[in-house]
Every structure is written in C-alpha cells, then in structure tokens.
Design a protein around this ligand. Structure first.
Ligand SMILES: NC(=O)c1ccc[n+]([C@@H]2O[C@H](COP(=O)([O-])OP(=O)(O)OC[C@H]3O[C@@H](n4cnc5c(N)ncnc54)[C@H](OP(=O)(O)O)[C@@H]3O)[C@@H](O)[C@H]2O)c1
Length: 264
C-alpha cells in the first residue's frame, strides 16, 4: 500500500503566536502533515512543551523565542532561519492581541500596543522573510479577523482591534497584488474561537449571534490555515478567507426574532 504523504511534507513552516490557541493548533497540525515547524512566541516554557509533544509523535519542530513587535528580535529570528535552512516555504503571521475599550477610555499606549502586535509585526515579518519566501516560491498567511471586515454588536468597543485587523487585511492584499507571481499571500478571517485571547471563558454567551450556534475550536481554524498554505490552494492568492460559522452574515446585529401573531 502507498505511504500516506502529508500535505506539507518537506516544507519549512514558521508560525508566530504558536504557543497558544490557533497558532498552537496550527503548529501541531502542520507538523502532523509533515512540515518542519518553527514555533515562535515569547513563552519559552510553553513553546518547548509543545515542541516536545510534537517530537514525541514523530513530528519535526523547534521553538524560537521572539517578540515579533521588536524589529531587532525579528532580525535575529530571520538570521537564525536563514543560517539553518536557507529557505522558508510557509510564513503564518498569527500572533495577536485583543483589547477593547469604549471611545472615552481609549488609551494611546494601548492603541499603539495593539497595532504593534496585530499590524506592525506582520509587516516586520513579511519584510524580513519575503526574499527567502520568493526563493522557495512560498506562501504567506496573515491572521486577521472578521472584526477587520465589519463592525458588529459583539465587538461594539472593538475600536483598536478592528482597526488593526482592517489594516492587516489591506496590507495582505497589497502584498498579494505585488508578489502573487512568486509568493501566494492570503488573509484568514476567523470568527470567535475558543482561545486565551478572551479573559472571560464563557463562550456560550456568543452562541445566539452565530448562525452555527457556537464559537469555533482552534483546530477548525487551523484546518482552514492548512488549506491556504498547502498545494490544495495552489491558485488562491489575495483572498480574504472567512471562517466564522456564518457570524458575519448575522453581523451580530440581528435582533432575536420577535414572536408575532398572524401575518405582518
Ligand atoms: N480567538 C478568536 O476569537 C479570534 C478570532 C479572530 C482572529 N483571531 C486571531 O487569531 C490570532 C491568534 O489568536 P488566538 O485566538 O489563538 O489567541 P491566543 O490563544 O491568546 O494566542 C495569541 C498568541 O500570540 C502570541 N503573541 C502575543 N504577543 C506576541 C508578541 N509580541 N510576540 C510574539 N508572539 C506574541 C502569544 O504567544 P506568547 O504569549 O508566547 O508571546 C500567543 O501564542 C490572533 O491574531 C487573533 O487576533 C482570533
């Protein structure tokens, strides 16, 4: 019987924010599909723990500690990847942060912090790694959010997060315009997903606002990421790929149906 070949066999994949949530699920899945996965994040203990678990299952991976908002650290990460592999096939810019506040409580430092991680870091990473990705006809996937596409009642105070994600969507599309002949570039827009991004762990509070009636599991977003970085998406570039259980259809604005008697 033919050996089962993974979708990412022989690929070198780098995932930022791989120590938790969507990035962690993606790191485990990409490794299962045969990639050598470079996990990037700040939490060394968690990163090394995930790497050990991947290796125990026969996967290939390593952790590199890096604050992706720091250009010097991004350069050190780039130097490491270039020296060790001389190439990169998949760059998944996934690290992110959610902070919400109403207008009157918006704080400039918080605003800059959100843009640093959700937007500026994506630019630092793409700028640093583009030449390596071109060399291997690789692919970039940037993790944005449906919040970057439209506003909704769920995220009424999402000024900082939504604005930073909208910028990332536009940045991704400009990259795709300029590089699609050499590097496929796509943007993932997940809906609500059960991760540590939220301090309030009661995710059932969102169920009524989502046509599928529940938030996503990280693995469900990771599977969409796998599709976009794999050869299955060989003709997909510049896409803004929504994975949200139908939430952006409802926009969270849909009032609950009102019981009426007779016809209206
Ligand atoms: N969960 C959702 O509902 C949802 C919906 C739409 C989009 N997203 C997007 O999905 C992405 C992943 O989020 P998640 O939901 O999986 O959240 P999460 O579980 O909180 O994971 C966030 C990851 O980002 C990393 N990170 C944060 N700041 C960093 C920095 N300065 N340098 C390096 N890594 C950093 C964290 O690692 P360290 O702590 O180790 O640094 C962590 O691994 C984010 O871009 C988020 O905006 C999430």
């Amino acid at each position: 019987m033919a050996e089962n070949i993974g979708k990412l066999e022989h690929k070198i994949a780098l995932i930022t924010g791989a120590t938790s949530g969507i990035g962690e699920a993606s790191a485990r899945l990409f490794a299962e599909e045969g990639a050598y996965v470079i996990l990037v994040g700040r939490n060394e203990d968690k990163g090394q723990q995930i790497v050990s678990e991947i290796r125990e299952k026969g996967g290939l991976s390593e952790f590199f500690a890096c604050d992706v908002t720091d250009e010097v650290s991004v350069t050190a990460l780039f130097d490491h990847v270039k020296a060790k592999f001389s190439r990169l096939d998949i760059l998944f810019n996934n690290a992110g942060l959610l902070l919400t506040n109403p207008l009157e409580k918006l704080d400039t430092d918080e605003w800059l912090r959100i843009f640093d991680i959700n937007t500026h870091a994506v630019m630092y990473m793409c700028r640093a790694f583009m030449d390596l990705l071109i060399k291997s006809h690789g692919t970039i996937l940037n993790n944005a959010s449906i919040d970057g596409l439209q506003s909704n009642v769920r995220g009424r105070s999402s000024y900082m997060y939504a604005s930073s994600k909208a910028a990332t969507i536009q940045f991704t599309q400009h990259l795709a315009l300029n590089y699609s002949d050499r590097v496929r570039v796509n943007c993932l827009c997940p809906g609500l997903t059960e991760t540590n991004l939220f301090t309030n762990r009661d995710f059932s509070r969102f169920n009524d606002t989502i046509p599928m009636g529940r938030v996503a599991k990280p693995i469900e977003i990771a599977k969409a990421a796998l599709f976009l970085v794999s050869e299955d998406a060989s003709y997909v570039s510049g896409s803004v790929f929504v994975v949200d259980g139908g939430a952006s259809l409802a926009s969270g604005n849909t009032p609950k149906p009102v019981e009426t008697k007779g016809s209206e």
